[in-house]
Write a protein that binds this ligand. Structure first.
Ligand SMILES: NC(=O)C1=CN([C@@H]2O[C@H](COP(=O)(O)OP(=O)(O)OC[C@H]3O[C@@H](n4cnc5c(N)ncnc54)[C@H](OP(=O)(O)O)[C@@H]3O)[C@@H](O)[C@H]2O)C=CC1
Ligand SMILES: CC(=O)[C@H](N)C(=O)O
Length: 256
């Protein structure tokens, strides 16, 4: 019997498309988001099309009680073998135009919830020597130049967390993938003009590419990167600095 996949942010966009693709692969689903009506409509269409079993966990992942309910499901339901940590939001405008409350809410959803859900499920996956955690990050987390400070910082967190978890959990049999989409046509772009929307990646194309990376067990899937060697070069440059981090003296340029 195929395993169950829990998808957060499944009521629209990338999460709804992951739900569709995993259902078509024969997986049962647990769908999480705030909008129960949209989750129910998706669940009923997918059940009819594929015959899989779908549960809905309605909740706001920025609310501690709702987050804890999803954590408990991940901890206790041993049928769940894949977590797709996808729920997320963007925050437009400049940093000085954003309020501390907006910033806090974005961080709660895009980072705290992602880390807490991974934390809830990782010990069970590691004990079983199996399981997969897919974290939906963004190319924005690699590009402070895009001017989306807090959003980009949350996505840098997601990519870093994924890479660290892959190092720790990979040897225990748990697969961790960070998916870094670029601009993709979904509701997250509400209010953006039609011409800009039209130039974005189609959401089905994005998720199908991400699933190619999933099937290959890639640690990082960056679908728009034409030359994959560029990521390897970037990682090699970063790793070349790491031995210096153990030095006990500042570099010569900081010494008087
Ligand atoms: N589209 C793009 O260009 C890109 C998107 N991404 C990332 O992809 C992920 C999915 O976004 P995308 O599909 O584009 O956007 P959508 O706005 O279409 O989907 C976001 C999903 O997250 C859910 N969500 C939002 N807030 C909460 C909350 N507080 N609690 C629970 N669920 C919540 C929404 O459901 P509901 O409102 O029902 O709660 C919805 O299902 C995000 O992490 C985003 O950062 C990354 C790079 C590019
Ligand atoms: C709103 C965005 O910038 C988008 N989610 C992205 O990560 O590219």
């Amino acid at each position: 019997m195929a395993s169950t996949v829990l998808v957060t942010g499944a009521s629209s966009g990338i999460g709804a498309t992951y739900a569709d693709r995993f259902a078509r692969r024969g997986h049962n689903l647990v769908l999480v988001a705030r909008n129960a009506a949209r989750l129910e409509a998706l669940a009923s269409r997918l059940t009819q099309d594929t015959g899989v079993t779908i549960d809905i966990l309605q909740g706001d992942l920025t609310r501690p009680d709702d987050l804890e309910a999803v954590e408990a499901r991940l901890r206790e339901d041993t049928r769940i073998e894949v977590l797709v940590n996808n729920a997320g939001a963007a925050l437009s405008g400049s940093f000085i135009g954003q309020t501390p409350r907006d910033v806090g809410r974005l961080i709660a959803l895009n980072t705290t919830a992602v880390a807490c859900l991974a934390s809830a499920v990782a010990p069970r996956f590691a004990a079983a020597g199996a399981g997969a955690i897919v974290n939906v990050s963004s190319v924005v987390g690699l590009a402070p130049e895009f001017g989306m400070s807090v959003y980009g910082a949350t996505k840098a967190f997601v990519t870093f967390l994924s890479q660290s978890l892959a190092l720790e959990l990979g040897p225990r049999g748990v697969y961790v993938q960070a998916v870094l989409p670029s601009a993709t046509r979904t509701d997250i772009w509400d209010g953006v003009d039609a011409a800009r929307l039209a130039s974005m990646m189609d959401v089905g194309t994005l998720v199908d590419a991400a699933l190619v990376g999933f099937d290959r067990r890639e640690a990082i899937t960056l679908p728009v990167l034409t030359d994959a060697a560029r990521w390897d070069d970037y990682e090699a440059a970063r790793k070349a600095m790491v031995p210096d981090f153990a030095c006990s003296q500042p570099a010569a340029r900081y010494q008087g």
